[in-house]
Design a protein around this ligand. Sequence first.
Ligand SMILES: [Zn+2]
Length: 351
Amino acid sequence: MKSAVLEELNLITVQDRPDPVCGDGEAIIEPQSVSVCGSDVRIFRYGNLRVTTPTVIGHEVAGVVTQVGKDVSNLQVGDRIVIGADVPDMESGREYTLKGMGNLCPENYAIGYQLDGAFQQKMKLDDFTVKYGPIVKIPDTLSYDEACIAEPLACAIHGLELAQMSLGKSICVIGLGPIGCMILELSKYFGASKVFAAQRSRKRLDMAREFLPDARFIATEEEDLVETVLKETDGEGVDLVITTAGTTQAQEDAIKIVKKRGYVNLFAGLKNQPPLVIDSNRIHYKECFIMGSHGSTLPDVEKAVQLLAAGKISAKKYISKTFPLSEIQDAFMYHESRAGMKVIVKPQQGE
Ligand SMILES: [Zn+2]
């Protein structure tokens, strides 16, 4: 089989590797569509403490089960599935797993990190993943291309729910990449009363418009975010600010525009950015909540699949381009060029 092997930083080569062997409690899937995540490209460029090279990365996967071990009862050959990235660990993370917080287990096992990744023709799900992993079957009506965005969509759902988003609240999304746009789309189902959508460049912002045309879009290179939001909310700010742009500036702005008793969700992590310095009196006097969210859990992935299957999220609009496995480095470059939204790699194409 062909595997796209991350050999070292900035080097992925497509190689022939032996097919994985399926143990009694394990399963083998053939990944059909794997979308490229910002974190895949970060691992490719900078590495990650949870990733040891050589390895195969890729976690936003939709595929078909082609083999199951004799002890596996919850999966069958032919099942079409998606998998959330974070796999609970019943050993070190039993308490978290039982409380439904499998994304927070101490080891934080994830597909395409410590566990086998999806940028290859066959991928092994180990027995822990088969038993406890966020595996969700998808209906025949949902294409693999549409289904593979269930993983980032699940993270967006997780971030909104953890930040107590609910009917009638106002929201500001800072950063309009795919996740930011998913949050825009989701905010209408949460019954947002007013939605601000901020992005530095006008070009990227214009791409985001189709996801929620009646949002108030702010190109921050032309218009001051803090001033605009405060002016248009009578100085009050918004109930929820989510930063999907991984910049310290976005986090600082978020704290300035959150309403009293409001929530700031620091959704994107920071990389090569100065640490955030907070004027804690802002938090003190506003009684606001500064929190984060990271990954997703099984119920989030289930909801994501249901919304996609029901056509409530316009999955096709997110897919800008697909690449065969042999052109995976080009797929990463395309992602980095920020010319589109999601890029999909097709592991079964491109011998
Ligand atoms: Zn992802």
